[in-house]
Design a protein around this ligand. Structure first.
Ligand code: NAP
Ligand code: F7E
Length: 349
């Protein structure tokens, strides 16, 4: 019997949180994976090193290339060399707060980077290559109608990160309409995991409170406690990326849990699971979280962690993905928190 040809996927952003889960998923689906990592002065492959362990994965199926989506020539060369069936563009300067400090760089990577990949597909005339764009709920920004957000809700971004993602979103739609490229957007709401970068709020909270509980950190300093987010698990969201590219036609999809939580309620849930009892005192910049066991302030607020303009509310309606992709989140926020705490505590074993 003739062997089925393995599908080839190229992942920009493979060293990030989502890239690592997606690579795991695709390896388990028998893909050949090519990943692009950028040059860095210190190691940036911590999240994917385990994929090269031949006991669990066949490491003949994964290849890493140096590249950078700020560099159009190398981007085109890599795509030309591999001619992948599927390209996942997960590469970005992905931190919203940081995009206020480095707006031009953020736009170069997060907006123009997507253009460079799509232009490469067009120039190389790769008719069969499908493209996934990592779009973001941050594109909604200023939300007027607080019903859950869907594929038809207008965008009003509140950061250059969000503006850049709107550019990349429309660029994908444009290459689809103008050149017939199979280009799809996954509009993913916040998703977290033990592999989340340490400066995003969920990881910062879980890491901070576990360290405080272990006596190696005194205080956790945060910003806006009242922002509302829809937090899912990155492992679930990687499945949605793959499903989006397997759908019969290119389209745009909201991926979310449809559950809302404030930053403060996330802190309270983590604290409870760590058997910590936090009492909140004061208001605004003077709000404090006091550990009832020690009587010490363990959480305070610093205005440096606030953004000049904030996205106050995010809750996504993923009905379209549920109906047509048969995707729904399988990991609850409670389980997400358990996973993140377990991973932090294991560092003390
Ligand atoms: P992440 O952990 O910050 O990963 C970003 C990836 O992009 C990393 O692999 C990073 O490499 C790479 N990268 C950065 N600049 C690059 C460049 N110039 N050239 C090539 N690669 C570059 O982000 P994530 O949470 O996995 O998110 C994945 C994607 O989804 C991002 O586009 C993000 O904006 C988007 N998104 C994320 C969420 C979320 O809640 N996580 C929600 C919606 C959309 P290094 O490892 O070297 O830094
Ligand atoms: O902030 C508030 C902050 O940085 C969440 C990225 O993956 O999701 C992510 O963007 C909320 C915000 O994520 C701190 O003001 C309070 O309201 O974890 P975050 P984000 O900005 O929502 C979207 C969908 C993406 O696409 C992005 O790539 O938490 N907050 N205190 C804080 N946030 C941080 N980072 N640090 C604090 O100390």
């Amino acid at each position: 019997m003739a062997k089925l040809k393995k599908k080839i996927a190229l992942i920009f952003g493979i060293t990030g949180q989502d890239g690592s889960y997606l690579a795991e998923l695709l390896l388990n689906k028998n893909y050949i994976i090519h990943g692009v990592k950028r040059r860095s002065s210190s190691a940036n492959t911590e999240r994917i090193d385990h994929l090269f362990d031949s006991v669990n994965f066949d490491n003949k199926n994964i290849f890493i290339h140096y590249g950078d989506i700020s560099d159009g020539t190398s981007t085109l060369n890599i795509i030309n060399k591999i001619k992948p069936d599927e390209i996942y563009n997960l590469a970005a300067q992905s931190h919203v707060r940081v995009s206020f400090d480095i707006p031009e760089y953020t736009a170069d990577i997060t907006a123009l980077g997507a253009l460079r990949i799509l232009e490469s597909i067009r120039i190389l005339n790769l008719k069969k290559t499908k493209y996934y764009q990592a779009s973001s709920s941050e594109m909604y920004g200023l939300v007027k109608n607080k019903n859950s957000l869907n594929e038809l809700t207008p965008f009003h971004p509140r950061s250059i990160y969000g503006v850049s993602k709107v550019f990349a979103y429309h660029t994908a739609v444009h290459y689809r309409e103008a050149y017939g490229i199979f280009a799809s957007n996954g509009i993913l709401f916040n998703h977290e995991s033990p592999r989340r970068g340490p400066t995003f709020v969920t990881k910062k909270i879980v890491q901070g409170l576990t360290r405080i509980q272990k006596g190696i950190q005194k205080k956790l300093t945060l910003g806006n406690l009242y922002a509302i987010r829809d937090w899912g698990h990155a492992k679930d969201y990687a499945v949605s990326m793959w499903k989006i590219l397997q759908y019969k036609k290119p389209d745009d999809w909201v991926i979310a849990t449809n559950k809302e939580n404030t930053v403060k309620s996330f802190i309270n849930s983590v604290a409870k699971k760590l058997s910590m009892n936090i009492k909140w005192k004061g208001k605004g910049l003077y709000e404090r979280g006091v550990d009832q066991n020690s009587g010490k302030i363990i959480i305070d607020i610093d205005k440096k962690h606030f953004r000049p303009s904030e996205v106050d509310f995010l809750k996504g309606n993923y009905s379209k993905a549920r109906k047509y992709l048969k995707w729904k989140p399988s990991i609850t926020t409670e389980k997400l928190i358990d996973d993140m705490i377990e991973a932090e505590l294991s560092k003390f074993d």
